[in-house]
Design a protein around this ligand. Structure first.
Ligand code: MG
Length: 461
């Protein structure tokens, strides 16, 4: 049977892999799986093709008897706002038209369960079955709902949910100045308003919705260079860059340095453990194997256990649901704060970060410089997935024999005395990803080269 869902929903280039026909059939498959009368909240980000794909999905949902609600008149809302509304307002399901951080020509469809988390892999598989076997259940003509209702409260509810979970007066008292970069997408609707309610003087960059974002939708140290210059020039206290659907936040300190999300995740986890952690929750955090080992080094000191997961925020969400914990995070800027949502949330992450700066009375750079220093190198080598898996297998054999700590939940991760590395096949592209960090920059460079060379050699065999 074919596969439709990837690491994070269904993704493809608009009108190439992702056509209205596919969207229509997926809409029918989703509502057929859940049954007539299922109440579904639908929304989208501001990407090209969004209106077309969303209309097709809605037609499919209605055909199979769903009751459809739209997140505002045009459906615009950040992913976490839709997830939060599904959970808080008791919808059975959410459907979001978004391709998150992918390049602008992409769009996608993801399905949210009533808990506000993406549906689990087993449910995805069942929906795929209905889709590929065409077991659509269309309702009789007089039972097709004749109206798509508009839920106007989705974004407001979310903004209020975020602001209420931090100490507003404390943040207000600091008079922070913040640059927010919304990647010309839906965080424009919510993040500036969250900041306004927290009494922050806000400078907005790319906080209007456009299908031609001024930078690539993935926030990284390279895509945020211009934003970082603006933060420094304005002398702002903090900068934040979101991805296309507003579930990630990458921070820029007042000196203009851009920090990966595992650094932010480590700081916030320590802060939550010290000041906000509710009783009866294990002092544990969940993070993907792509996070730096500095996370463990730093959090061990405050008695917080790090539990490693495969890459993909859904894995972190379900571990938090099943085992409990104070937070979850990814190196790409995704941060999960369970009292709010068991999913990534860029707006919540920003509010927590400001509260941490206020309570500890520290500048952003001071906080980030608390962390152990590692030099990072990331590369990728094009190769088919089966070759990439062979390379990983060969490396596992080699390193297990060496007696170092080897983690194999996703690719191979090796933690040695003064370095760590991760080699894994990408979940979305035909490439092998290599991440290396070491305390010494020369060691990091040398190890990255060695691994790349070894991977090329093995992939040719
Ligand atoms: Mg995203």
């Amino acid at each position: 049977m074919g596969k439709l869902f990837g690491t994070d929903g269904v993704r493809g280039v608009v009108n190439k892999e992702l056509t209205p026909l596919l969207a229509l059939r997926l809409g029918m498959a989703i509502a057929s799986h859940y049954g007539e009368g299922v109440r579904i909240l639908v929304g989208r980000d501001g990407r090209a093709g969004g209106e077309m794909i969303m209309s097709a999905v809605i037609a499919g949902l209605l055909a199979s008897g769903a009751e459809v609600y739209l997140a505002g008149r045009r459906g615009y809302a950040p992913t976490p706002a839709i997830q939060y509304a599904v959970k808080e307002r008791g919808y059975d399901l959410g459907v979001i038209i978004t391709a998150s951080h992918n390049p602008p020509e992409y769009n996608g469809i993801k399905v949210i369960s009533s808990l506000g988390i993406e549906i689990d892999r087993e449910t995805e598989r069942r929906i795929e079955q209905v889709f590929f076997e065409e077991r659509f259940r269309l309702v009789p003509w007089n039972r097709v709902r004749d109206e798509v209702r508009v839920d106007d409260e989705v974004n407001d509810l979310y903004i209020k949910g975020v602001v209420d979970k931090v100490d507003k007066n404390l943040v207000r008292s600091k008079g922070f100045r913040v640059v927010v970069d919304c990647a010309n997408n839906v965080a424009s609707i919510t993040t500036p308003e969250i900041l306004r309610r927290l009494g922050v003087k806000t400078y907005t960059l790319a906080c209007n919705i456009s299908i031609n974002p001024y930078r690539e939708p993935e926030p990284t140290p390279s895509s945020l260079q211009e934003t970082a210059r603006i933060v420094r020039t304005l002398g702002a206290d903090l900068g934040v860059g979101h991805d296309g659907d507003g579930d990630r936040a990458i921070f820029i300190d007042e000196a203009g340095e851009v920090w990966w999300g595992d650094r932010t995740g480590a700081l916030l986890s320590r802060y939550i453990a010290e000041y906000k952690s509710p009783k009866n929750v294990p002092r544990a955090v969940y993070t993907a194997v792509s996070s730096s080992r500095l996370v463990e080094e730093y959090l061990k000191k405050v008695g917080v256990e790090v539990r490693w997961t495969p890459v993909g925020s859904i894995n972190i969400g379900y571990r938090l649901l099943e085992e409990g914990g104070i937070a979850g995070f990814e190196e790409n800027g995704g941060f999960l704060y369970p009292p709010h949502l068991l999913a990534r949330d860029g707006g919540m992450t920003l509010a927590l970060f400001l509260e941490m700066m206020a309570r500890e009375n520290k500048r952003a750079s001071e906080l980030f410089n608390e962390l152990p220093k590692y030099y990072a190198i990331k590369t990728k080598i094009p190769m088919p997935r089966n070759k990439a898996l062979e390379v990983v297998k060969a490396l596992i054999d080699e390193y297990q024999a060496k007696g170092v700590r080897v983690v194999t939940v996703d690719g191979i991760r090796v933690d040695a005395e003064d370095y760590w590395f991760l080699v894994r096949p990408s979940g979305t592209e035909p490439v092998l990803r290599i991440m290396v960090e070491a305390k010494n920059p020369e060691k990091a460079r040398q190890l990255a080269e060695e691994l790349a060379e070894k991977a090329r050699r093995l992939s040719r065999q």
